[in-house]
Design a protein around this ligand. Structure first.
Ligand code: HAM
Length: 414
């Protein structure tokens, strides 16, 4: 029997889970302060859901399979398309804006490497309903604030797909070629791009990166192109809100994103220390995706953190996770005091993390165990002390022992 875990999956130890739950708690708290509420969609969906608009980058890496009725299903590779499906199926009558977040495992059949897994977690949110730059800016600021909350420094890059798309439309480039061009831009495949377009302006546009001056430079190339000019002014509005909020950014018109559903602002966040897979967050505006599933046009914007990468970056940047350690180990020294010791453990557990020695070990062994697990105290329950309503309390750090009344143990542990 094969006992190894499948390639690209991981086991998480109690220590791993402690760090992960800390990050989860902090980030979801930020999400919830903006009024986002958690949802969950199925782990598998009809493969078609992703084939419609998620793009080749996703569809070539799907875990797709046939079920017993010959339906083609797949493990969810991302959750934006499922959220839009869920909106169309069950949430379309809710008041808008609808603010939804998720924290779920995703599955992509990619070649595993540092920071890239076949099963990985995304913590993401989708803001459904509002079309304007304020909502784009809100979403970006939530991503920024989330990382700030856990003390992680990162670099934020913002672009707008309307700029390039408008330019390509203006040049009457067929939609299929546009898609291929955007895929090359996303993969930074300059040679591939040269085969699809010889437009010097296109290469100049996607090479523009920097501060606000980028907008002026782009404008010079786009004077007669209405859609691009509108996109450029939207991007200007978004960054002026970010300026107001004190959020640092780099404008990068070469961001294309691997997913095909984006229509407007797009953004990515990167951190140091993760090697090639240093993108910890990606998102943007997708105003047509919900319309494809529901028939009604509803604009939306969102992002997802690669949760594993966030946790790994926090470890790399030496950010400490508060650990809830063991406060007390309760050790009955003989079988006749066990019941009393159990009662003491139950009372202390209302306020503390309490282990009751379940291994029937001699006191010396219990003390060894307490030291190894970094327990703060051991409550030694012996018949002589008990006869006087007391126990012996050992401070594991100093090794000092004292006799304490049973009703005073709780106070003595503070
Ligand atoms: P994405 O860029 O494909 O976007 O994924 C979001 C994040 O998931 C990435 O930035 C990365 O950190 C993480 N990620 C992707 N693949 C892997 C992997 N194999 N192993 C570990 N982490 C990975 C989306 O999925 C969009 N649904 C985001 C979005 C939400 N856009 C709008 N709303």
């Amino acid at each position: 029997m094969k006992t190894e875990k499948p390639k690209g999956t991981r086991d998480f130890t109690p220590e791993d889970m402690e760090s992960r739950r800390h990050v989860e708690k902090e980030i979801t708290d930020v999400f919830e302060r903006y009024g986002f509420r958690q949802i969950r969609t199925p782990s598998f969906e009809h493969a078609e859901l992703f084939e419609i608009k998620s793009g080749e980058e996703i569809t070539t890496h799907m875990y797709a399979f046939k079920d017993k009725k010959d339906r083609t299903l797949c493990l969810r590779p991302e959750e934006t398309a499922p959220v839009c499906r869920m909106f169309a199926e069950t949430l379309r009558t809710r008041p808008r804006p609808l603010k939804l977040y998720y924290f779920d495992p995703m599955f992509r059949y990619e070649e595993p490497q540092k920071g890239r897994y076949r099963e990985f977690w995304q913590m993401g949110l989708e803001l459904i309903g509002p079309p304007g730059p304020e909502s784009d800016a809100e979403v970006i600021s939530i991503a920024y604030e989330s990382l700030k909350r856990i003390g992680l420094s990162s670099a934020l890059e913002i672009g707008h797909l309307g700029i390039i798309k408008g330019f390509l439309e203006d040049r009457k480039i067929p939609e299929d070629t546009q898609r291929k061009i955007l895929a090359c831009i996303d993969k930074k495949d300059t040679e591939g791009l040269k085969k699809l377009s010889t437009e010097k302006t296109l290469f100049e546009l996607i090479g523009l990166a920097g501060g606000k001056e980028v907008l002026g430079k782009a404008e010079k190339h786009l004077k007669n192109c209405d859609r691009s000019m509108k996109a450029l002014s939207e991007l200007g509005e978004i960054i002026s809100i970010l300026d107001l909020l004190g959020i640092g950014y780099l404008i990068n018109l070469g961001i294309a994103r691997g997913l095909e559903y984006y229509t407007g602002m797009v953004f990515e966040m990167r951190v140091q220390g993760l090697g090639a897979q240093n993108q910890i967050c990606g998102g943007g505006r997708y105003d047509n995706l919900i319309g494809l599933f529901s028939g009604i046009s509803v604009p939306a914007v969102g992002f997802a953190f690669g949760f594993d990468r966030v946790v790994e970056a926090a470890q790399f940047q030496k950010i400490k996770t508060p650990v809830r350690g063991i406060d007390v180990v309760v050790a009955p020294v003989s079988p006749d005091v066990k019941k009393e010791a159990l009662k003491i453990a139950a009372t202390l557990r209302k306020d503390y993390v309490v282990l009751f020695d379940l291994m029937n070990r001699k006191l010396g062994k219990v003390l060894e165990y307490a030291a190894e697990t970094n327990a703060r105290y051991v409550v030694i329950v012996g018949s002589k002390d008990l006869a006087e309503g007391c126990v012996t309390l050992r401070d594991m750090k100093s090794g000092v022992q004292k006799t304490v009344k049973i009703e005073d143990i709780g106070g003595a542990l503070r």
